[in-house]
Design a protein around this ligand. Structure first.
Ligand SMILES: *Cc1c(COP(=O)(O)O)cnc(C)c1O
Length: 421
């Protein structure tokens, strides 16, 4: 459930008509609901009730300061994957002891920044990273708390670009080598080996791969303890999918996911961390766009809209489906007709939907892309010198622009001309 519903024939975000925001901000823009963000965070938090746990929002999904602050004030930790994200989380008021640092290519600089600024743990992904982390920690006179990310070799059954738990993926160390690598880590004086980390992929719509992975993590925990490691924290990653297509999908609920975690791991008495991103932010955001032209082609009608692949790249990059709805609710019984919904960018990939049944639409009409809150704004670019579109946050009957649209001067003046020109 989210908080984007029709009321009196107009799509609302919580208590605010989307038309009102469009008039104030201009299209296209991203629009997030505070209530939905908080509800999704609470679903995970409640799903793990009764266990010692921390929900660390994977902020790469949507990392606006206002979103981070909303979640941090509700008690969320953050999962970061770069120095920029670490600094963003800190700027939003998240204390270091609630930030975990993931990622396969942390640089020495990133590690130093996090160690000096305060960090809950590093999720280490390779032996060379372990050595750099150890050296940096020793040089600072610190001990870095770490988990090691293991690759459990399970098939997450998701899009290949976001599957991360098979042995051919670049992530983590093969679980078969885990004991040897933990032994190495245990001997390093700059590291405190506190746990195990696993993250098998994103947009999982079935719990079975999680169960397979977590069962392996449970076995490994017991082996590592027998080897003398004080394993006391399990980071289980993110990845729970969301219903992008409401009509025909119902991914598992956080409550069932939490029950699975308890069933497979609670007996170990470890502190549990999870890192959901998509499920917290995805359905908490929509992208609102306007029809520029209705163009009739040979046997097809194109809706050319002012949003494009640079604003929301998921359809072009992952063949992703987004439900698209008109902001003005069609009258009951309105005939639908098929449209190709496309942006203005000069690439055929700039297509959001082909032959999508919609009520009749015309130039000037507003449409909303549902499920656009995660991996939307954060993956946007200025391709075609199109300004990054604004982000707006609703809270009850209030709304605020949380990232304004840059001016063309701001965009152009970021470039600098060498002196020989
Ligand atoms: C991307 C990522 C997540 C979040 O995945 P979602 O599918 O958005 O829940 C969590 N942990 C790690 C290490 C990731 O790379």
């Amino acid at each position: 459930m989210d908080h984007f519903l029709y009321r009196n024939g107009v799509l609302h975000a919580e208590d605010v008509p989307v038309t009102e925001i469009a008039a104030a901000v201009g299209t296209p823009f991203y629009l997030y609901s505070t209530a939905t963000l908080l509800r999704h965070f609470a679903l995970f938090d409640e799903a793990l009730a009764g266990t010692d746990h921390l929900v660390c929002y994977a902020m790469k999904a949507a990392s606006n300061q206002a979103i981070l602050r909303t979640l941090a004030q509700a008690g969320a930790g953050m999962d970061v994957v770069s120095m920029g994200e670490y600094l963003r989380a800190r700027a939003a008021g998240v204390p270091g002891e609630r930030i975990v640092f993931s990622g396969v290519g942390k640089t020495g600089d990133e590690i130093r920044t996090a160690l000096q600024g305060g960090i809950r743990q590093f999720n280490v992904e390779s032996e060379p990273e372990m050595e750099v982390l150890n050296a940096v920690a020793l040089s600072l006179g610190k001990v870095a708390p770490i988990t090691i990310r293991v690759n459990p070799d399970v098939d997450a059954k998701t899009h290949t670009k976001i599957a991360t738990g098979k042995s051919e993926n670049k992530f983590g160390i093969p679980i078969a080598r885990a004991r040897a690598v933990y032994a190495m880590a245990g001997a390093m004086r700059g590291l405190d080996v506190i746990g195990i980390d696993v993250h098998i992929g994103s947009q999982l719509t079935d719990l079975a791969p999680f169960e397979a992975a977590y069962t392996k993590v449970a076995e490994l925990t017991e082996q590592l303890r027998a080897d003398g490691h004080d394993i006391r924290r399990l980071d289980l990653g993110g990845g729970l999918g969301i219903p992008y297509e409401r009509s025909n999908s119902a991914p598992p609920l956080p409550l069932d996911y939490g029950a699975l975690i308890k069933r497979t791991l609670a007996h170990l008495g470890c502190e549990i961390e999870i890192e959901p991103g998509r499920l917290i932010a995805g359905n908490a955001g929509i992208m609102v766009s306007k029809v520029i032209y209705l163009k009739s082609g040979e046997g097809r009608d194109f809706l050319i809209i002012d949003g494009a692949m640079n604003d929301l790249i998921r359809p072009a990059m992952y063949d992703a489906h987004h439900d698209i709805v008109p902001v003005i609710e069609p009258a009951a019984g309105t005939e639908q007709q098929p449209y190709d919904i496309v942006g203005p960018v000069c690439e055929s990939g700039d297509t959001f939907a082909r032959q999508r049944d919609m009520p009749p639409l015309a130039a000037g009409d507003l449409i909303a892309f549902r499920g656009a809150g995660a991996y939307g704004a954060v993956m946007a670019s200025e391709y075609n010198t199109r300004p990054l579109i604004p982000e707006v946050l609703v809270n009850g009957d209030q709304f605020a622009v949380i990232r304004p649209r840059p001016t063309f001067d701001e965009m152009i003046n970021r470039d600098t001309i060498p002196e020989w020109l």
